[in-house]
Design a protein around this ligand. Structure first.
Ligand code: ZN
Length: 177
């Protein structure tokens, strides 16, 4: 008997598994900020998942990650061999949003995008970094759809619709009988 498998359709040009994510969902970002707030004054640490590829949509707590007063220690060997895992996120109770020397070593060893959140854990209390520790841009999307348009498409206006002007409203041919 033939087996029918549902295939996930990919739009041409849409991100592939393993691509560098360009965005994070507002939900994932808010949940990270909330977790960091509740871990305060300790650090919070987790890893970022992008599924579908291209948009970070989920946080995973790494088993064995210890939230210390000074630094979250990532046990990267505990990470699943999973290409949807694209980087790390952790908090700085000090409020500093730049990476420490230890952070730079972590960023350079593994991952494509890393996020640091800091006190007061407001909507703008975060920065994203690439694998070299350089600050980078990450868009905030309302949904996990990788195809969320960057800019709004021009509104479609059909041209054939007759829009009567005030002067010709009383001028219909059937009234001339
Ligand atoms: Zn740090």
């Amino acid at each position: 008997m033939p087996v029918f498998r549902p295939t996930r359709k990919r739009l041409p040009g849409s991100p592939r598994l393993g691509d560098t994510p360009r965005a994070i969902t507002r939900r994932a970002l808010s949940s990270a900020l909330a977790s960091a707030r509740s871990a305060y004054p300790n650090e919070f640490g987790g890893v970022l998942r992008a599924d579908p590829p291209g948009v970070i949509s989920e946080l995973l707590l790494v088993p064995g990650t210890t939230a210390g007063r000074r630094h979250a220690n990532f046990q990267l060997y505990m990470l699943p061999a999973d290409l949807t895992v694209v980087g790390t996120i952790h908090s700085h109770p000090s409020g500093a949003l730049h990476p420490s020397d230890a952070d730079l070593r972590l960023f350079r060893s593994w991952g494509r995008r890393h996020i640091i959140v800091g006190t007061p854990f407001g909507p703008g209390s975060w920065r994203a970094y690439d694998g070299n520790g350089e600050e980078t841009r990450l868009e905030v999307h309302e949904t996990a759809a990788a195809s969320e348009p960057r800019e709004k498409l021009p509104e479609y206006r059909p041209k054939a619709v007759h829009r009567p002007l005030p002067s010709d409203t009383a001028d219909f041919p059937e009234d001339e009988a």
